[in-house]
Write a protein that binds this ligand. Sequence first.
Ligand code: URA
Length: 201
Amino acid sequence: MKRNPNCDRCPLGKVCHTVCLWGEGNPSTNVMLIGEAPGYEEDRTGTPFIGQAGKLLEHVLRKLGVDREDLYITNVIKCRPPDNELPGKKELMACWQGCKQYLDAEIKEVQPKIIVVLGGTPLNLMTGMTGITKHEGMVVCHRVEGKQQIPIIAAFHPAYVLRAPGKEVRLAQALARAFKLGGIKMRINKTMEIYPYEIRA
Ligand code: URA
């Protein structure tokens, strides 16, 4: 299966620019990061996590000494919701029914050893669990993929971290855990400030 630029499986495709935005990165990586949905910049450019939240994510990755190109980064919802406001529960579930097959295809193709869900929305849609604050930093469950059991780690969403000074460290710790379990080599930059974070300013 491939990205479907003509997708009409949910109403969001009618109101966004890049219809059905798939992830990008290293297709044979061990670690896949899964966010919520494209925002303005992502929709405009066709690249996931390229706006402010993406910049924060890259900042944290730099601190850990991991290149974003060594990972695969995608979203649960593939089209940008108007004004970046996710629809209510019922409509969101309808969108997820539409998008799920694309995410499943990405996971099948990449075969990650570890999945990181960034924020409460992918946590909920992928696992049925609620409460990111309660779960962040933990392996919350495993995704069964053929004979493989892929651990799913919850982490704060970078957009939340932008609004919550000091949470960069929690995001970095959750990612570091994923990289360790996934065998992604880190070259932690001990001198780099992780907080305060210049992009927020
Ligand atoms: N937020 C997300 O969840 N995904 C993106 O691609 C950008 C911002």
